[in-house]
Write a protein that binds this ligand. Sequence first.
Ligand code: ATP
Ligand code: MG
Length: 331
Amino acid sequence: MNSLPDDLNVLSLKQKPDFVQTPCVQSLTERALCYLQAGYPVHFSGPAGTGKTTLAMHVAAQLGRPVLLIHGDDEFGSSDLIGGQLGYRSTRVVDNFIHSVMKTEENVSKTWVDHRLTNACKYGFSVIYDEFNRSRPEANNVLLGVLEERLLELPTGRKSESYLQVHPAFRAIFTSNPEEYAGVHKTQDALMDRMITITIGQYDRETEVQITAAKSGLELDESARIVDVVRAFRELAVLPLAPTVRACIMIGKVIALRGGSASCEDPIFLETCRDVLRIDGIKISRDGIPAGDTWLNEVVAEHCPPWSGRFPRQSTNGRLLPTNGQVAIAR
Ligand SMILES: Nc1ncnc2c1ncn2[C@@H]1O[C@H](COP(=O)(O)OP(=O)(O)OP(=O)(O)O)[C@@H](O)[C@H]1O
Ligand SMILES: [Mg+2]
């Protein structure tokens, strides 16, 4: 194997301890791994906050190869993926043969620098191309040959090679948001035709509860209450943005930090839900009263009845945190 350039930012991904694997997540992982093993690129497509990037990282970690991460960008040209004449090499000749006369000659020439796609193809790494449809379609054209003929076409200027044979271990995982999202481009059909797309929607309740618990440190019972509130608002479809599992994690983390609890009697909880869910964004009112607050109170009353006991709390280092009253910061 060729030696790796020193400045190559390669990720060595390991499974994260707070990564949640419910049957739903396992099934998605297995399908993706199976397609990748068969030699096909995998594409996770779905709305914001559905876990696409996290899943892509998890699947890439399972492949056991070094990973190069690329984020789609509207400013990208193909050289941002493959490389270009970017570096400068300077050579200086000092001629002081006759010591009374000093002659210097300086030559500055551009040199080719390989970028992530070229390096991944060369060394057989996995590539995660996150939100690839934020890049303009013409920037991604270079992928067509890589994914089908397993040949990376290189412009003249990169040494003498005009094609690079893609290493057999090279694998590609893509993620994208739907086309109606701001800043997202329509993907060319030829590229979509070369990858297997797995459509991801919001996770099932069990997965969302487990993710909320894993990320916030709350117990499952309390996490379930938060998830039910968020899912109720998702179903009501009255918020400007459908809330995702990110909202569940935010509410969970904030109430854990502030010593609140997921109960309709807890002002900290109500206030946090109000802010995170952006209840103010609901521009409907009934008899001059904003409908958002009424809905929030109703939904919270239904899913978070008064809680007589105390929700146990664990800080990350195992110390119990207070559940009510003062702000508790885990150190
Ligand atoms: N299986 C999982 N285990 C633990 N946490 C998860 C899991 N899936 C998603 N999450 C968490 O849910 C949140 C949203 O996930 P992620 O960022 O992967 O979504 P996304 O679909 O890539 O969103 P976007 O389209 O906005 O980039 C993150 O905080 C992530 O850590
Ligand atoms: Mg993402």
